[in-house]
Design a protein around this ligand. Structure first.
Ligand code: ATP
Ligand code: MG
Length: 427
């Protein structure tokens, strides 16, 4: 128990963190190119926020939230998704009254859902997400979809599919809900218990049910696309045109309704086909009523969330090799106490010159220190013993060319320049 992480959690060990850093770096580059700034919100929020935004007929609210009373008797929930918090913060910080649109992203934000742990499904997972407030035109939806799409391709993932749909606005959805309810009522007995309840309050949720029988029963259900009002239909046309203009291939999939209630009009998913079945790597859409619903002004919004663990999993399955940079440029080996102190001073000075170096603090033999240096993938080594200290002269050993260069122990800039020249050449 003590040495076992809770079910559904995942450590990123020191041996794997370079993969996350690689992806995070690409994301930061891409978001900067698109004029997005980072937002960070707390790990927990008032439960009410998610009941209002995610919707209390969704799986997330009904089954998956980590909700508890804190010591002050407040109902608190660990964030099951990112958008609601970002919207809350956007309103609370007063950014609502600044110039629009407001474009932001969050990176490796922890989310918590009490789900049955399985491949690609954790209880604590992390998301990269983008939210844009105050832009209603479909080119914005296409811009966001393009960001997610381009990122997956830039990361070397192939074989992904983009599915898009429109779930309309409250006015056209009301008509659709009636038609869907009538369809479902005829098949009521075949639906799961959950869906029998949901079909009254929120019939579209039935289309998102994970139960096989419900999925089969809804295969021929009326499609929202056939009920879109003129404005919503025009918006969807605009989205398709914009995606075509930048050659992003998509499939219109009336089955995509998303697992959260706040969406309006555009919804999309980027799906990976794995031997075990399909896995959604990224999901998002438009939420034109959410900001107002949470207590802000009437402003449109659109966004997506990308599961980091799923992204990394799909990268691995696609055979993407993530470069693992060596840990150190230089290892400074030392023999004896005085030499160790000299190594300590040298490392401090070299690090100030951006040389990644380390030394022995264990009191190991020189042989054992070199073994360690090898494990750290160091390109260079310096050995300091009594002779080197007396002469204030060291040899900089280059492991790749098996050569040695003499330096004064005090010529820190010279040592740094020699290492940097080589390391930069190798990159
Ligand atoms: P699913 O249909 O797979 O349950 P969802 O609709 O619940 O997904 P969203 O709320 O849209 O998922 O979350 C956005 C992204 O976060 C998903 O596309 C996925 O990449 C990731 N994600 C969602 N739930 C989990 C989880 N339990 N473990 C790992 N990643 C997840
Ligand atoms: Mg889910």
């Amino acid at each position: 128990m003590l040495t076992q992480a809770p079910k559904g959690t995942h450590d990123v060990t020191v041996k794997e963190s370079y993969k996350w850093q690689y992806v995070e770096e690409r994301i930061r580059k891409m978001t900067a190119l698109c004029g997005l700034r980072e937002i960070r919100t707390p790990t927990f929020e008032h439960t009410e926020l998610f009941l209002r935004s995610v919707g209390n007929t969704t799986d997330v609210v009904q089954k998956e939230m980590y909700t508890f009373l804190d010591k002050g008797g407040r109902s608190i929930t660990l964030k099951p998704e990112g958008t609601a918090s970002v919207v809350r913060s956007f309103i609370e910080s007063g950014m609502v009254s600044e110039s629009m649109p407001a474009k932001m992203y969050y990176l490796t934000m922890p989310n918590f859902r009490y789900e049955k742990p399985q491949k690609g499904r954790l209880r604590e997972f992390h998301q990269f997400g983008v939210e844009v407030f105050g832009a209603s035109l479909p080119t914005e939806d296409a811009e966001l979809i393009g960001m997610a799409w381009d990122l997956t391709h830039e990361l070397g993932i192939s074989g992904l599919q983009l599915h898009i749909n429109s779930i309309g606005c409250p006015s056209c959805r009301a008509k659709y809900n009636q038609a869907l309810k009538a369809y479902l009522a005829e098949r009521r007995d075949g639906l799961c218990k959950n869906c029998r309840e949901r079909m009254e309050r929120n019939p579209m949720r039935v289309l998102d049910c994970k139960e096989k029988t419900c999925q089969q029963l809804t295969e021929d259900a009326p499609r929202m696309l056939d009920y879109l009002c003129e404005d919503c239909a025009k918006h969807f046309e605009g989205l398709k045109n914009a995606l075509e203009a930048v050659q992003i291939p998509f499939t219109v999939d009336p089955g995509i309704v998303r697992g959260l209630d706040y969406y309006t009009r555009t919804v999309f998913e980027i799906i990976a086909s794995l031997p075990e079945g399909e896995l959604t790597v990224c999901g998002g859409g438009r939420y034109d009523n959410l900001i107002e619903e949470v207590g802000g002004p009437s402003l449109p919004g659109v966004g997506f969330g990308m599961g980091m663990e799923r992204l990394l999993m799909v990268m691995e399955l696609s055979g993407v090799e993530i470069p693992n940079p060596p840990m150190l440029d230089l290892y400074v080996a030392s023999a004896g106490e005085n030499a160790r102190m000299a190594a300590f001073v040298l490392c401090k000075k070299l690090r100030a010159l951006n040389i990644r170096c380390d030394m022995d603090h264990v009191g190991r033999s020189l042989k054992a220190q070199f073994k360690y240096a090898d494990k750290c993938d160091a390109s260079f080594a310096i050995t300091i013993g009594d002779n080197e200290l007396d002469a204030r002269q060291i040899q900089l050993r280059d492991f790749s060319s098996h050569t040695e260069l003499p330096f004064s122990l005090d010529d820190v800039a010279g040592i740094a320049a020699a290492i940097r020249g080589k390391v930069q050449n190798d990159q």
